[in-house]
Design a protein. Structure first.
Length: 160
């Protein structure tokens, strides 16, 4: 979308229309994300039988017999992970692929902290400062997890 916008700056004819559409979309997206976050904070988010990303190490790595290669890539889309797994298998390696639900909010500091050993026990804490483009939103869906506190205090760490 941004590439198209750069082209429109050169062509000029649709730039104002594109900008208006982009502003409307960003306002809708912001309202939708705030409503979703508020609903998750007040009611939780039941993922059913799906694995949680904070359980990955304990479930598939820690107790595995023998050496384990644990591929940990920030923001790797599932289909790319599937391609990687297929490639490893094609090379004669034993490979497993498991889906897991990410911790909210799905930003790098939270996700990386949630993937470390001990994350489910609350041994890892994280905090989130609002980005400069998003001032004053704390309390409208944003949160700060308490350092050293139990995982139960953090809305993004709900679950068993």
């Amino acid at each position: 979308m941004e590439v198209a916008r750069n082209d429109l700056r050169i062509l000029g004819a649709l730039e104002s229309t594109f900008t208006a559409a982009r502003v409307a979309y960003e306002q809708w997206l912001d309202a939708t994300l705030l409503a979703f976050t508020a609903a998750v904070e007040s009611s939780g988010f039941d993922v059913g039988s799906l694995a949680r990303q904070g359980d990955i190490h304990a479930r598939w790595v820690r107790e595995a017999p023998g050496p384990v290669g644990y591929v940990w890539v920030d923001a790797l889309r599932f289909e790319l992970g599937s391609d990687l797994c297929d490639g490893l298998r094609a090379d004669g390696q034993t490979a497993e692929l498991h889906a897991a639900v990410a911790a909210a909010p799905t930003i790098t500091p939270v996700g990386m902290a949630d993937l470390t050993p001990g994350a489910r026990r609350g041994a890892v804490s994280h905090s989130r400062e609002r980005e400069s483009r998003d001032p004053g939103r704390r309390g409208e869906g944003g949160h700060r997890c308490r350092p050293g506190g139990p995982a139960a205090r953090c809305p993004s760490r709900q679950g068993p």
